[in-house]
Structure formats: C-alpha cells, structure tokens
Design a binder for this molecule. Sequence first.
Ligand SMILES: CC(C)(COP(=O)(O)OP(=O)(O)OC[C@H]1O[C@@H](n2cnc3c(N)ncnc32)[C@H](O)[C@@H]1OP(=O)(O)O)[C@@H](O)C(=O)NCCC(=O)NCCS
Length: 215
Amino acid sequence: MGSVAAQLRQRQWKRDSYLISTDPSLIPMDQLMAAFDSDDFYWTDSLPEEAMREMVEQSLCFGLYRVDGQAASDAGASAEAGAEAGAGAGTPGPESRAQLHVPSPNTKLKLLGFARCVTDFITFLYLTDVWVDHDHQGGGLGSWLIRSVQEVVEDMPHLRRSLLFTGDWDRSVPFYERLMHMQLIDCRRESGGLAIMERKGRGHPGFGREGTGYN
Ligand SMILES: CC(C)(COP(=O)(O)OP(=O)(O)OC[C@H]1O[C@@H](n2cnc3c(N)ncnc32)[C@H](O)[C@@H]1OP(=O)(O)O)[C@@H](O)C(=O)NCCC(=O)NCCS
C-alpha cells in the first residue's frame, strides 16, 4: 500500500504521445529549471539545483511530457491495455488514469508542462507553478493538466481546502473556476492585488455547500 504521499506520486494519465505523471523522479531538472527561467514564469526564477530538487521532492508535482520515439508506442500500448482493463471495471474514457508502466530510464521525456501542489497530502493543498510550454499553449494541454490535478484533489478524502493565488483575473480566474470549481475568497479587485481562490475538500465541514466559510 505505502503512504498516501507515495500513492499520490504514482498517478499517471496518457493521451496520444503525451503523459502526465506525479512521479517526481521523472522530472528532468535541467528542463524544469529552464522553464522556471523562461518568460512564462513571470512570478519566479529557478533556484539553485539542490533547492529545486528539494522543492520537487517535498511537493506533489505533476509533470506533463511528450513521450518520444519507440517509448511512445510502448507507453501507448500499455495505456491501451490499462484502459481496456479499466473499461471492464467501469473506468471512464480516454482521459482516465491509464495503467502505464513507468517509463524506462531510456525513455525520452520532453517536459512540456508542470503544476506543483504544496501539500501535507491529507488536509491541505496549495496549487502553484502552473505552466505549459509556450509553443504548446492553447491546445488543451493546460486544461488536461489542471483536470488531472483536480481529479487527485477530489479523491483526497480528508482534504479541507485547496488554494491558489493568481494575478491574472481575466484568464486564470475563469480557468480555475471552470476546471477546479475554485471560488474567489472575498478580496477586492479594485485593490489591484492577487485573486485568492479556494475549493472546499471532502474533509471540510461545509463541503458541498455554497460559500467559502464553515457554515
Ligand atoms: C495557463 C496555461 C498553463 C494554460 O495552458 P494552455 O495549454 O494554454 O491551456 P488550454 O489550451 O487548455 O486552455 C487555454 C485556456 O487557458 C486560459 N488561461 C488561463 N490563464 C492563462 C494565462 N496565464 N495565459 C494564457 N492563457 C491562460 C486561456 O484563457 C484559455 O481559456 P479558454 O479556453 O476559455 O480560451 C498556459 O497558458 C501558461 O503556461 N501560461 C503562462 C504561465 C502562467 O501564466 N501560469 C499561471 C497561470 S495562474
């Protein structure tokens, strides 16, 4: 069985030659650092490599990859087999978690997206560092990535709250409202500050009820 953290770090989803995985050992640190140093990461830069590694190891990270070459067809075959097995058990369609083999060390994984959850794996989860490679934006990968995060969030039985901050009121607020059912916490748009968004988890006393309070 293993700890909840260990289980949550074994989740994966497959679509065509793309893979989303929560396995931190798959993350190519050089590619992640390059992403953090790109213009898209306007809220931070990369940290020294040891600090980056520790940050990744102590979070729940979602890596979105293009699986290249032979590895892609191997992974695809495994995914189909897993999907078939899942279908028999009533598991839903193509976006469902696929029972993939963890790619071998020789597999070429190109990091195309990333999302990081700072979490105790039980009661609280803060989503940050959401990114899709500039050349691949606008094609649905970001939505898929965030839906996979939300699938995990919805599965956490004792989660009280998921939370995020964003400065992009126009695009990101509706994005997270739509994909994660996040709600704005009472804060004033006029102040020019960050939007704070939350979603009650299944462990919240007000789970399933409107509003952001406890009642
Ligand atoms: C936000 C981001 C991950 C979305 O990934 P994507 O692959 O382009 O997403 P999709 O193609 O699935 O969907 C695009 C949707 O994301 C929305 N979006 C949310 N935040 C966005 C942003 N900062 N930049 C561009 N689009 C954004 C778009 O408005 C679009 O909505 P629509 O479908 O209603 O038109 C990606 O644009 C990105 O990495 N942006 C730069 C980094 C960033 O701003 N991250 C922080 C977000 S809080």
